[in-house]
Write a protein that binds this ligand. Structure first.
Ligand code: HEM
Length: 500
């Protein structure tokens, strides 16, 4: 090295830029860990951010084909581990369930006042255990689900009556199903309806909009605050601010109901037999308004969105496959002979059950499950998953995988007719509700609603696309979010069936 070169190396511009690069690398470049799962090469600072795109479920499925069923990517500073096969899912959700079931709190919910009362975003701590136990005994136990039958049927009857008056009109199926489900849940949780099916004056628009907005904010994955924790406090995309604004609108709607019930529960004449809803139980257990707001709103957000999306995708497949619709219709005609549909009758609808499984396979409502976080460093499939890595299971990719399913892109409910495969978390090739300790606690409620709504809509009406549109050309693209919804809303027309 000659003297000029040596002096250049120690010149202020050179030193400054070296320090700058080192700082950048330390701040923005992920710490290297040995033995990470394989993955696509990444760029400095941004990692693989530029490769994620607007449809991450599709881009991650493509990467998995190249890099295998367990892979790692870097989203800025965040290490992401992606499982895309039943074996990898089982390792994460069963073998290492205890170590890999913490949560990554999305920016939308990083709110000091709400987080301590969260079920969905808590790690598996005591709060989480208590809230899950309360849900399990009070609203999702077999006894509770049976007790809710009358109410569920009542809400479906209201939907059917509403639709009867709309014959010949084009309806947005997602909207009416969402309203029906939210009212079903609010009747169970709050003891009353909160939306109107026939809302000509838009009385409920504000509540509906805020619920949709909050769901949207929770699923935003492009968020620099998560990729670079040092930027978190700036909330650059306005996600936290936006969500808090809409959550407050939602909480305002519960306020009066909570106060009214609190005064009942606190009155001297109160006894537990008078409890009318889940809210009464929470009040009896001494829950504060903040605790109630956070907990019940999470149930509404988690429950309505997923179930609506499942029914909407199923209806899309029905209009595309009239032969499937006819077969379900036959089955419903044979097995259901009363006005009210009972759980026993639903259990006899084996083709409908197969149809729902096939729908879950191709259109899982929550394509990545809700992201998990490694609470501790551990080994999965001989690779190291470092503490705090974000972990997703690409359920959507598994549903499309030719290594798991014959002709995966064909919609064939028959594939489930002779099979014992179920979606209750034991068969890792079909886990739309997840599996393990974080598995959806609302499965019994969600699955029952899906069956009941589909059986009722098929029983009452003949469905088709408006304006003679070709069903085979129906746009089946999904719009990514915490739930995978249809990109283009499903608009349908229907005729009432002749009485049989
Ligand atoms: C078809 C309907 C539904 C589907 C497909 C579905 C799916 C899921 C999935 C995939 C998860 C994440 C599992 C994980 O993180 O590993 C989840 C979590 C959750 N679901 Fe559901 N769900 C549905 C209905 C419901 C209903 C009706 C409710 C409540 C009324 C509900 C409440 C929850 C809650 C509270 C969690 C968070 C559990 C936790 O973090 O421990 N879900 N659901």
């Amino acid at each position: 090295m000659d003297l000029t070169t040596f002096l250049n190396l120690y010149s202020p511009p050179f030193l400054l830029s070296t320090i700058f690069i080192i700082l950048l690398t330390k701040l923005f470049f992920p710490k290297s860990t040995k033995n990470l799962p394989p993955g696509p090469p990444c760029l400095p600072v941004i990692g693989n951010l530029h490769q994620v795109g607007a449809k991450p479920h599709v881009s991650m499925a493509n990467f998995a084909r190249e890099h295998g069923p367990l892979m790692s990517l870097h989203l800025g500073n965040q290490l992401l581990v992606v499982a895309s096969s039943p074996e990898a899912a089982k390792e994460i959700l069963k073998t290492q369930d205890q170590l890999l079931s913490a949560r990554i709190v999305p920016m939308a919910f990083k709110h000091a006042q709400l987080l301590p009362y969260s079920l969905v975003w808590s790690d598996c701590d005591q709060t989480w255990k208590n809230l899950r136990a309360l849900c399990r005994t009070e609203i999702f136990s077999p006894k509770a689900i049976e007790a809710q039958s009358r109410l569920r049927n009542e809400k479906i009857s209201q939907l059917v009556d509403f639709l009867r008056k709309k014959q010949g009109e084009v309806i947005d199926i997602e909207d009416v199903v969402f309203t029906t489900l939210l009212n079903t849940m609010s009747s169970i949780i709050l003891g009353k309806d909160v939306l109107l099916l026939n809302d000509e004056h838009g009385t409920c628009d504000r509540l509906k909009e805020s619920i949709h907005k909050s769901i949207d904010y929770s699923g935003r994955i492009i968020d620099f605050g998560s990729f670079y924790p040092m930027l978190e406090r700036f909330d650059l995309h306005g996600i936290r601010r936006g969500n808090v604004k809409h959550l407050n609108i939602v909480f305002d709607h519960w306020k009066e109901i909570i106060e009214e019930r609190r005064s009942q529960v606190n009155s001297s004449s109160w006894s537990s037999e008078k409890a009318q809803s889940f809210l009464d139980r929470l009040l009896e257990n001494g829950f504060s308004n903040n605790q109630i707001n956070e907990f019940i709103t999470e149930l509404f957000l988690a429950g309505t969105n997923t179930t609506t999306s499942t029914v909407t995708w199923a209806m899309s497949e029905l209009v595309r496959h009239q032969e499937v619709m006819s077969r379900i219709e036959e089955e419903v005609k044979k097995e259901i002979n009363s006005d009210e549909i009972t759980s026993f009758q639903l259990s006899k609808l084996t083709y409908l059950q197969a149809f729902i499984k096939e729908s879950f396979r191709l259109h899982p409502a929550v394509p990545f499950l809700i992201p998990h976080r490694a609470g501790e460093t551990c080994e999965v499939m001989n690779y190291t998953i470092p503490k705090n890595a974000k972990i997703i299971v690409n359920v959507w990719a598994m549903g499309q995988d030719p290594n798991i399913w014959d002709e995966p892109l064909s919609f064939k409910p028959e594939r489930f007719m002779e099979s014992k495969l179920d979606f209750k978390g034991q068969n890792f090739e079909l886990i739309p509700f997840g599996s393990g300790r974080r598995m959806c606690p609302g499965l019994p409620s969600g699955a029952r609603s899906v069956e009941l709504i589909l059986a009722s809509l098929i029983r009452e009406f003949d469905w088709e696309l408006p304006n003679g549109e070709d069903p085979l050309k129906l746009d089946m693209n999904g719009k990514f979010g915490i739930a995978l919804k249809r990109e283009v809303p499903l608009k349908l027309i229907f005729k009432q069936k002749k009485a049989y």
